[in-house]
Design a binder for this molecule. Structure first.
Ligand SMILES: [Fe+2]
Length: 383
């Protein structure tokens, strides 16, 4: 089998790697920089702390109209703003939403038409140019957006993506010190998102030796540090391991793909506005149980890393292990807890089945019946 590995053109990782931003900009010599970030990061002073030194040497405009789970309208507003502004470099600083929108600003603004024209499920156009250079700097350890070629937008009732090589970062800077102030719940949710990327990539039908190596190292790093990062946010070692784990998980899933957990999570985000990481967390145990019979060996390897000892496990034990993991970082483990009515499980199923791109990577084919059953298990939980 022939397999490929794709990466951003250059990545910097590790404590203090943000210093490389200045060097890269000195090489690029942009005349107008657009920074896409969100209001919270401005308010807590993170944008000022890390980006204000740029103002001395560069012409920098800040764009903060970034919604969580950004809508198509939000993406269109930004693309129009970027087109008007004539920027020749885009910096994305933030969580997955800011980074995804930065990709759209850099690429869509330089192509004809709107973001809607380039959506995976309903778009009709093909991107013609790469756009302006983009530098992506995550401030959470989770989405992996800094190393993927995908931008996710929320539509009514579902989500869709713009995905193309052109959306890959020119430079990714993954500095754990930017994650020190992330609150507990967001650390937990983004951490489970990163773990889900690694696990789904490892179990994907498109996995290969290289993506397996990335995924397994990511599971090791995240399993060894997630609880510590949630409980002791200022712990540099835990934040550094989570940052590296999230980065490797991002590379693994960019190349091997995510599957059932993400396919079923998208409708929870768009219909009920659950944050992406929490949508994954509440479904992860039930999807793992459902697919376990088709990937028992690989799933056991993951479980052995998570529990630190090796043993064979039944479907029920796999379910309980992931359930306890989500519970241990303080996240809800049932859809009930989010106030989602049982009557909506049908419409969630109808939306999830549309995510053919993701479902195609599942080791076990997930049709309507299986998807409905997973939502029903996630509704009720273990009781
Ligand atoms: Fe994700």
């Amino acid at each position: 089998m022939i397999s490929t590995l794709r990466f951003p053109r250059r990545s910097y990782t590790g404590w203090g790697s943000i210093a490389k931003l200045f060097e890269e900009l000195e090489d690029l010599k942009p005349s107008r920089i657009l920074v896409v970030t969100d209001q919270t990061l401005v308010k807590i002073g993170l944008v000022h702390q890390y980006l204000s030194p740029l103002n001395k040497q560069f012409n920098v405009s800040l764009y903060t109209d970034v919604e969580p789970e950004p809508s198509l309208a939000c993406a269109e507003r930004l693309a129009a703003y970027a087109r008007e502004g004539g920027f020749d470099c885009v910096i994305g600083l933030g969580g997955g939403s800011a980074l995804d929108l930065a990709k759209i600003a850099a690429v869509i603004s330089q192509n004809e038409g709107d973001t809607a024209d380039y959506l995976n499920l309903s778009g009709t156009r093909k991107l013609k140019t790469r756009g302006v250079p983009k530098i992506l700097i995550p401030t959470t350890s989770g989405t992996g957006s800094e190393v993927t070629d995908i931008a996710v937008v929320s539509l009514e009732g579902t989500k869709d993506v713009v995905t193309h090589d052109f959306l890959l970062a020119d430079i990714a800077i993954v500095d754990p010190q930017l994650t020190l102030t992330v609150p507990k719940r967001i650390t937990a949710a983004t951490g489970i998102d990163a773990l889900t990327h690694a696990v789904e990539a490892f179990l994907s039908v498109n996995a290969n030796e290289a993506t397996d190596a990335l995924a397994i190292k990511a599971v090791e790093l995240i399993a060894g540090s997630l609880r510590n990062a949630v409980e002791n946010g200022e712990n540099q070692e835990a934040r550094t391991a989570m940052s590296y784990g999230s980065y490797l998980a991002g590379l693994a899933f960019f190349n091997a793909g995510v599957a059932g957990v993400h396919a079923l999570a998208y409708p929870l985000g768009s219909q009920f506005k659950l944050p992406h990481g929490e949508s994954n967390a509440v479904l992860l145990p039930y999807v793992m149980k459902t697919i376990s019979s088709t990937c028992r060996n690989k799933l056991n390897r993951v479980c052995n890393i998570l529990t630190n000892h090796g043993e064979e496990r039944s479907e029920e034990e796999i379910l309980t292990l992931f359930y306890k993991l989500v519970e241990s970082v303080g996240l809800p483990t049932t859809l009930k807890e989010y106030g989602i009515p049982e009557s909506s499980l049908t419409s969630l199923t109808e939306d999830a089945i549309k995510q053919k791109r993701l479902l195609a990577r599942s080791p076990k084919p997930l049709g309507k019946d299986e998807i409905y059953q997973i939502y029903q298990m996630a509704f009720n939980g273990l009781n």
